[in-house]
Design a protein around this ligand. Structure first.
Ligand code: NAD
Length: 458
């Protein structure tokens, strides 16, 4: 089947009304849970193969995370789908004003490779909960997971309304020629621009979940032991290949040496003297990214405090901490997306804020301090998709917190109700009784009508 036929076929299911009933949505979401339960071992095994992650990390950060997200949607989607009455206001009385949650139609979901299950399944679940048909495109760079996921989706979900398309750039480019009612893309900022331009040809709305350089700011008064542990955890999870990983650290100079000492101790504690032998440390997705990261490290001009060793054949790159890289180096301007952590000393929190604001708005921002006023000051004077005070990456967990970027780090959001809203059009409907039928706005106008209109619209 060509892409036109695939999209046409799921669109026909949507147009027939197959996907609208709550019972269909519930069945699909429950089938997704069954798919994740029955396929759990196969999916985590595939992630381990693709990314060298530990099985437990593959479980909780992909399969488990997606399970919880679907359970939350199952619990709430019917309530969110109900018409919501609002005040009609004085001028539209008598009447009933309401918002009807209607699905958009056919949603295209394009996923990256780094959390290949979570980042495909969760937007799909949100689209289905809102009553849409879906075309899903897993990443070609996590091929084993993509293959297992595609097979499981075809087996468990309604094939009339949910399709999977496998492939890389040429296939996705061709797919984007088709008309969708929403495109939900997770990936790099550069490709986000390409996707948005393609969607613009059909005037299709997009959600872009992109990347960027997420800073961690460490104040001199921070609990440095906790800061080191939590920054290392967020950074070295999945070998730094996490969109909301702290990209670099800005630490007040008074605390820098102690912070670096603590960070070295934490990395040793997490991964042992030789992290290449740790079952908890992942590999780089492919040689191209490995070469890119080694290039960033070689040209950064800073002092390697921890790690620095690598092996291209096994795509291993040690958890690495670099102190004060050159400001103009690529490691300080490009999204790193790997286990390299630059730590830069700053004179003050003000200087850290200036540095953050000199770049594009990041996907996440982390601030470590014992002072609520310092934390609030940083949050007030910066902008980012999301943020944590005294932790990293954990803001992804509460279902009630929308997840998304701002500026260069993305457009729109999902998770929980935000995901349902992303795939919903809230249609404004005013229901009027046929009686009374006041002639106030019907021509011909008279002086009396004009006087009343002027009064009413004041
Ligand atoms: P990517 O942009 O290279 O690829 C993402 C998807 O787009 C893949 O499915 C790929 O096949 C497709 N694609 C690639 N080039 C394309 C093109 N020219 N036209 C059409 N489609 C194309 O991203 P990636 O390398 O898979 O993932 C890493 C990036 O994703 C990082 O920048 C990271 O920060 C970001 N990311 C963001 C989030 C988030 O939630 N905001 C989550 C994970 C990753």
């Amino acid at each position: 089947m060509g892409y036109g036929e695939i999209v046409g076929s799921v669109r026909a299911a949507f147009d027939r009304g197959d996907t609208r009933p709550a019972a269909w949505r519930r069945r699909q979401l429950e089938a997704m849970l069954t798919m994740l339960d029955e396929g759990s071992d196969e999916l985590t095994g595939a992630i381990v193969e693709d990314l060298g992650r530990s099985a437990i990390e593959a479980f909780y950060a992909d399969v488990g995370h997606a399970r919880l997200a679907i359970r939350y949607l199952l619990k709430h989607f019917e309530r969110w789908s109900r018409p919501r009455r609002v005040s009609p206001g004085m001028l539209a009385r008598p009447g009933v004003a309401e918002l009807l949650a209607e699905p958009l139609g056919v949603a295209l979901v394009i996923a990256p490779w780094n959390y290949p299950v979570q980042l495909l399944v969760e937007p799909m679940a949100a689209a289905i909960a809102a009553g849409n048909a879906v075309v899903a495109k897993p990443s070609e760079l996590s091929p084993r997971t993509g293959e297992v996921l595609s097979r499981l989706i075809r087996r468990h979900l309604d094939p009339a309304a949910v399709a999977v398309v496998e492939g890389g750039v040429p296939e996705t480019t061709a797919l984007l020629e088709e008309r969708f009612d929403h495109v939900f893309f997770t990936g790099s900022t550069a490709v986000g621009r390409v996707v948005m331009a393609a969607a613009a040809r059909h005037l299709t709305p997009v959600t872009l979940e992109l990347g960027g350089k997420s800073p961690a700011i460490v104040a001199a008064d921070a609990d440095l032991a906790v800061a080191a542990r939590r920054i290392a955890m967020g950074k070295f999870l999945n070998a730094g290949q996490t969109c909301i990983a702290p990209d670099y650290v800005l630490v007040e100079r008074a605390a820098k040496d102690e912070f670096l000492d603590r960070l070295s101790a934490v990395v040793g504690g997490f991964y042992g003297p030789d992290p290449s032998r740790s079952p908890d440390f992942a590999r780089i997705v492919n040689e191209r990214h490995h070469d890119r990261l080694v290039g960033l490290l070689k040209d950064c001009g800073g002092q390697v405090v921890v790690g620095g060793d690598f092996d291209r054949e096994s795509r291993y790159l040690a958890p690495t901490v670099v102190s004060d890289p050159t400001e103009s180096s690529s490691i300080m301007s490009e999204e790193i997306f790997g286990p390299l952590l630059p730590v830069v000393g700053v004179d003050s929190i003000d200087e850290a804020v200036l540095k953050v604001n000199a770049g594009p708005k990041p996907l996440a921002l982390y601030v470590f301090t014992e002072s609520p006023a310092t934390a609030d000051g940083v949050l007030e004077r910066t902008s980012s998709g999301g943020a944590c005070v005294n932790h990293t990456v954990m803001h992804v967990l509460p279902d009630a917190l929308p997840f998304g970027g701002v500026g260069d780090s993305g457009i729109g959001a999902y998770h929980g109700k935000a995901g349902f809203d992303t795939f919903t059009h809230y249609r404004s409907v005013l229901r009027k009784p046929t009686r009374p039928d006041p002639p106030l706005l019907y021509p011909p106008m008279s002086r009396m009508k004009e006087r009343l209109v002027r009064l009413a619209f004041r």
